[in-house]
Design a protein around this ligand. Sequence first.
Ligand code: ASP
Length: 310
Amino acid sequence: MKYSIAIHGGAGTIPRNSMSLEKERSYRDALEAALYAGSSILEKGGSALDAVMHAVKSLEDCPLFNAGKGAVFTHEGNHELDAAIMCGKRFMAGAVASLEGIANPVLVARKVMDESQHVLLAGRGALDFAIEKGFKQEEPAYFYQELRYRQWQEALASDKVVMDHQGDEKKFGTVGAVARDREGNLAAATSTGGMTNKRYGRIGDSPLIGCGTYANNATCAVSATGHGEYFIRSVVAYDISCLMEYRGLSLQQAAELVVKDKLVKHGGEGGIIAIGRDDLPVLVFNSEGMYRGCLTEGGAIGTGIYLDEA
Ligand code: ASP
């Protein structure tokens, strides 16, 4: 079976005229680097699980995205990170929420899955677990980005919980990956700083299994980005899987029904990337754009930002 991988770096309003050529190039380079981080593992016969983990790690290390190094500020001026990973083959999952000071939350989520008896660890418990497993706690300076600081100051002044924004651009900025390896196993991973100016302890959809992240070899692997509260209520990732399992919809049909119809009716903006057992990846969003990319064995690498790109 051909391997395949898709990634996202957040959905939102991304107008072409607010994007300089240089900025667009740096986003596309970062998306390509993340795709290669994952596909080089698949190319060597590695697992979908390792591929999504390394693709997400690459995006967490890039300050352009709202995850890991580039995470947005909370109301109190901290960075509370959420991440999840799920293995469709073993039907196992690991996640962390409100984790502070760790550069790569997706790696901790993987440890929760492989080396704990739990699925989701939050706050202090997640941090203690990470340190126990040998992760280094970074100084706040590691996560400091001038742009994020300004976004936070503006959000504080308006007292709103907002998306990652700059000029006319308003995006969610969460990162995620889904993959299928040559053995046909599926996996998904998602990582985020959440929403700018969020209340401390607020947890979004990304680390919640079935909401922002899900993988089941019988159906599909999904990673979401968007306004978390809506994605939680709509149980987005699991709903897509259910529509395939119980109603026999194709992955494309299920994703479009959930993202472009059900979510829209509830007012939820965002998108998903998904992969099934024998389809090409599906990338669906109801916002004006989504940072995204995909690569299937033997095919060309593709990245997209705006609505009108294939
Ligand atoms: N879904 C994320 C959250 O609500 C935000 C995002 O997609 O950027 O935490």
